[in-house]
Design a protein around this ligand. Structure first.
Ligand code: TXA
Ligand code: MG
Length: 345
């Protein structure tokens, strides 16, 4: 299969180009498209065969459910049994936007989407290309991130091409995605609202709207948990090909640990990379991605930096924790999940 990439104007999507993509979705095939977070790999949410293709193309474990994307809020009634009042508040405040909510699903929604769970994850993206594609396809679109399972999520059409060329018909190229990290996932089926994945909407903002939110233990730790809520939580995720060592702790201590590890690695002649927030941490003979201290900018560049390190054939990447507030929670969560080794200092 030849994979076509079509450039689309992200402010004023060209109708004919979106139509070509919508036709593919209607025919039960897959299209990769930009959202405000990362690129998604879309299929008609009510077409069971198309959903199965997503799992196959991404090599996604069958027990990891998929987020459904809406083009308008009313379509929610096609997917869920009831909309609790907390959901209504969140939808009003954050949709369209990078917030996914988990609700009880209707029985006629293909069970593959939810990997057999009685629930369903839903969001309405804030991206004109995504929205016009969903509207033109005239169905909710199921879409996980458009990367091979386990790889860093794609923030450009080129990233998607790298992972999925030859496996899908079309990629809509809307340029670099605005946020660069996936949506925040909140479970509203549990007794207390629970954060399953930090992301595009900071936790603090959600709490301002609906009050305190429980943080699922897997968000902070990379441990085997007995009761896995979001099946996606149990796999090594967002991972570059290189080994990633993540140092967690207070800034000064973390930096001195990084310096110590760097010395060892350079002695061993390992091709080493470093993701750094500090200007003063710019060692020689190391490929440094200096991302700065602005959390939004860091989020935007994080996944592409990991991919860049792979392209440069880096063997070991070092990273250390980012200040935890706002996007910091999501940044640290992704680095933790990508890490092959975590060192606490
Ligand atoms: O920003 C995003 O959310 C992107 C764009 C494309 O919209 N999508 C995305 O999808 O990140 P994916 O499949 O890479 O991640 C979906 C996450 C997984 O961790 C999955 O386990 C969880 O949402 N999830 C989906 N349905 C769920 C459900 N019913 N219950 C619990 N977790 C669910
Ligand atoms: Mg993903």
């Amino acid at each position: 299969m030849k994979t076509k990439i079509i450039k689309v104007n992200s402010l004023k999507p060209e109708k004919a180009r979106i139509e070509e993509a919508a036709k593919i979705i209607k025919n039960g095939d897959l299209v990769a498209f930009p959202t405000e977070t990362v690129y998604g790999l879309g299929a008609d949410a009510f077409n069971q065969k198309a959903i199965k293709k997503i799992f196959k193309v991404k090599k996604r474990p069958l027990d990891n459910p998929i987020i459904v994307h809406l083009g308008n809020k009313n379509d929610l009634y096609k997917l869920v049994k009831e909309i609790p009042s907390l959901a209504k508040k969140l939808i009003k405040k954050f949709w369209p936007g990078p917030l996914t909510i988990i609700l009880k699903r209707k029985r006629d929604v293909p069970k593959e989407i939810s990997a057999g769970l009685p629930t369903i994850a839903i969001r309405m993206p804030k991206n004109k290309i995504a929205l016009s594609l969903i509207k033109m396809a005239n169905c909710p679109i199921a879409a996980p991130s458009a990367n091979l399972s386990g790889r860093p999520s794609p923030t450009s059409a080129q990233d998607v091409f790298e992972d999925l060329k030859g496996k899908i018909k079309l990629i809509l190229d809307g340029g670099q995605t605005k946020i660069g990290l996936e949506s925040t996932v909140i479970d509203l089926v549990t007794t207390r609202p629970t954060l399953l994945r930090p992301g595009g909407v900071p936790l603090e903002e959600i709490e301002k709207t609906i009050g305190e939110i429980k943080i699922h233990p897997s968000v902070l730790k990379k441990i085997k948990i007995r009761k896995i809520k979001s099946p996606g939580m149990k796999y090594r995720h967002y991972a570059p090909k290189a080994e990633l060592i993540f140092v967690v702790g207070e800034e000064k201590k973390a930096i001195s640990k990084i310096r110590e590890i760097l010395k060892e690695l350079i002695k061993k002649n390992k091709k080493t990379g470093l993701i750094s927030w500090q200007k003063e941490l710019k060692p020689k003979n190391v490929i440094v991605k200096f991302l700065g201290k602005n959390p939004k900018k860091v989020a935007k560049k994080l996944f592409s930096s990991l991919r860049e390190m792979d392209k440069k054939k880096v063997e070991i990447i070092l990273g250390y924790s980012f200040p935890k507030k706002g996007f910091g929670l999501a940044i640290n969560n992704r680095l933790k999940k990508a890490a092959s080794k975590i060192i606490k200092v």
